[in-house]
Ligand binder design. Sequence first.
Ligand SMILES: [Zn+2]
Ligand SMILES: [Zn+2]
Length: 163
Amino acid sequence: MGDMLDSCYQELERRHIRLTPQREAVLLALYRDRDGHLTPYELFKKAKKIYPELGLATVYRTLELFLGTGLLRDVQFDKGITQYELKDAKGSRHHHLVCKCCGHLQEINGIFPKKLLDQVNEETGFLITDYCCQFYGYCEQCRAGSNYDDRQVEIEKHVRKEV
Ligand SMILES: [Zn+2]
Ligand SMILES: [Zn+2]
């Protein structure tokens, strides 16, 4: 997995992006937490332990910079929260199951059939080179809970049909 960090360094070097101590702290914090997904503030707290003088604004700027290089993936979660993860850190393509009730995030692996991607290409002329899906719904715990209401889901299904 150290290879992955090396390839991040190489990519930044290739793009002539100077690795300041602040930027390196952000990169290292992302790398250490590569199994998870971090909000900018969570990342800030972790990276600050590596480089105490780090400011939150720098974290935001660094995230934008890294996003532009394709090192990162930003994931929009329910309630407008954005979280970040190092791209392909998990070694395989993964998608997210987001619970609309408790916000719980679960990852699933999966490669879409080439046929489906080709179909999009044929219909729209758009060539897909990468993808990550967010599936919204209700997690097992919430579905088992007393507040869960099957009827609400039925209504949503109905609305979806009409769209
Ligand atoms: Zn839930
Ligand atoms: Zn993820």
